[in-house]
Ligand binder design. Structure first.
Ligand code: F6P
Length: 536
């Protein structure tokens, strides 16, 4: 068996945890606190601008000890070394996984197949700096000589969610005159709605696509090209200064007609959902400036160092990953909620959904064996006080166990004290109520709060680029820890291919010619066709 291919169920700690889970039905978080006055501080980790309190979890020292043993006995350490040293740990695609190199410095000496990669990274950053500064300083001109006022990022999945989430989160650092727009969905509402708001003479389009074959992105781009032609009489606008491409496959962008000097590249060893640190972050650099973009990289780099060097018991991503495994595999929780108490982080749950579910939503091991145990949980959530008035009922009194991550910004210059006190007070109250519950005698059953509901609380000092970078890297590594212990390849996404394949034959060929439709799909296809002839 290869050193990176260890089924977790074969490890002694896995059996220990199964036994602990069987005997943990009476394990009460409140009782753990009563027994241990130091629990809050012992079960907390500070790193850089982040503070993680994980004391409100259904774990005691024994369980934590076994979880940490699981990490030790698994291939986690060798996988960390393999990832940071550029080995091809994405085995199904034979690719290295080096998004961490994008935030590295020369002295970190990241290598892929023995070749130093920092030169490529520095070159890409320099190009981003050059373009973003020109746009921000009003020196990047459209075809009629006017300066850019609006930037549209067309991309989907990792070529959209990261930049979109970061630009929203760091809005306070945004250039005051430039407006950033994001278009991802192929539903025309998004692109047409965006084009209505902007002037073609002053619009710059960034076509972001790692492969540059993604049909949604290409269709939205073609619609935008039609709009330039219609409004400005500008055919082939993709060859003008209104269009920049960001891709790992230059030839595809060139074939699409983007001018070679306006193609920014990144390497195939950057996974799509890990790409916001690469040239895919161009929209971010234009929005908040290169200096702030690089501060975000620095925050992530510090988290990388923390992850690589801290002992597991003080290692934030390891602890978060292990707690997730405890709930997922031993207490049978099927979902996990991400609840930021900060409207600017409202896209974080969607971003983490892709990160976690596309990375770890797998059922076979790296050697192709069927796993027989659950992997990625269903990740969901939304911002705090909105959620309280919508789905928190289920968290408090529902029948599902939903481990929850609360995330809050401690100092927020944008939030007046009265609002901020309310916001953070609400978050603290929810964590406390979920844990303590309320089960006094003579209370009618519908008023009983069973409590013992677990949560982590992540406090971020301030929502700066540095701290945001650190938090994103924290979750990246948490997902990596879990994928390593589950013995899966977290860096491919073959599960998305079949749907794309059927869609392309449905859309372009007519199913009669080759694509066999099941009776239900055929019925729906015919009905749509009868009503509006869409597939004629
Ligand atoms: O279909 C899934 C996916 O490949 C994601 O992994 C990726 O982030 C997204 O599509 C977009 O891909 P691209 O950047 O190549 O357009």
């Amino acid at each position: 068996m290869n050193q990176l291919d260890i089924p977790p169920t074969s490890l002694p700690a896995w059996t220990e945890l199964e036994n602990l889970a069987d005997s943990s039905s009476d394990c009460s978080i409140s009782r753990f606190f009563n027994k241990d006055p130091d629990r809050a501080s012992r079960f907390s980790i500070q790193h850089d601008g982040l503070f993680l309190d994980y004391s409100k979890n259904r774990v005691d020292d024994l369980i934590m000890h076994s979880l940490l043993s699981l990490a030790e006995q698994s291939s986690l350490q060798s996988r960390i070394v393999a990832m940071f040293s550029g080995q091809p740990i994405n085995t199904t695609e034979n690719k290295a996984v080096l998004h961490t190199a994008l935030r590295g410095r020369p002295e970190d000496d990241f290598r892929q197949s023995g070749m130093a990669v920092h030169g490529l990274v520095a070159e890409a950053l320099a190009k981003m700096a050059e373009i973003s500064e020109q746009v921000r300083e009003g020196k990047w001109l459209g075809s009629t000589g006017k300066m850019i006022t609006d930037v549209i990022n067309i991309g989907i999945g990792g070529s959209d969610l990261g930049p979109r989430m970061v630009c929203e989160a760091l809005g306070q650092y945004a250039h005051p005159q430039l407006v950033l727009h994001f278009v991802s969905d192929v539903d025309a509402t998004e692109i047409l709605g965006t084009l209505k708001k902007v002037d073609p003479e002053t619009t710059l389009v960034i076509v972001s696509s790692k492969g540059f074959t993604t049909q949604e992105t290409l269709l939205n781009t073609r619609t935008t090209l039609g709009w330039f032609e219609e409004k400005l009489g500008l055919p082939q606008a993709q060859a003008t200064s209104h269009f920049i491409a960001v891709t790992a496959h230059r030839a595809n962008a060139e074939a699409f007609g983007i001018h070679p000097s306006r193609i920014l590249e990144f390497q195939d060893w950057v996974g799509g959902r890990y790409s916001l640190w690469s040239s895919i972050g161009l929209a971010i650099a234009i929005c908040i400036g290169q200096r702030n973009f690089e501060a975000m990289l620095d925050g992530a780099r510090k988290m990388d160092q923390h992850f690589q060097t801290m002992p597991y018991e003080k290692n934030m991503p390891v602890i978060l990953g292990l707690l997730g495994i405890w709930y997922n595999n031993f207490l049978h929780a099927e979902t996990t909620a991400i609840i930021p108490y900060c409207e600017r982080l409202n896209l974080l749950p969607a971003y983490l959904q892709q990160l976690d579910m596309e990375s770890n939503g797998k059922s076979v091991s790296i050697s192709g064996e069927s796993l027989g145990y659950p992997t990625a949980p269903i990740v969901w959530g939304q911002t705090g006080t909105n959620g309280q008035h919508a789905f928190f009922q289920l968290l408090h009194q529902g029948s599902h166990l939903v481990p929850t991550d609360f995330i809050a910004i401690v100092k927020d210059p944008l939030s007046p004290t009265e609002h901020h006190r309310f916001l953070l007070g609400s978050m603290l109250a929810q964590g406390a109520a979920l844990m303590a519950g309320q089960t006094e005698e003579n209370t009618p059953p519908y008023k009983i709060y069973p409590g013992n509901k677990p949560s982590n609380t992540l406090l971020i000092d301030e929502l700066t680029p540095h701290n945001l970078g650190s938090m994103i890297a924290l979750y990246e590594h948490k997902v990596f820890v879990q994928g390593s212990i589950w013995n899966i390849n977290s860096f491919d996404q073959w599960g998305v291919e079949l749907g794309k394949h059927i869609a392309s034959s449905l859309i372009s060929e007519k199913p009669k010619k080759g694509c066999q439709l099941d009776p239900s799909t055929k019925q729906l296809y015919d009905l749509i066709n009868q009503k509006n002839g869409l597939f004629e």
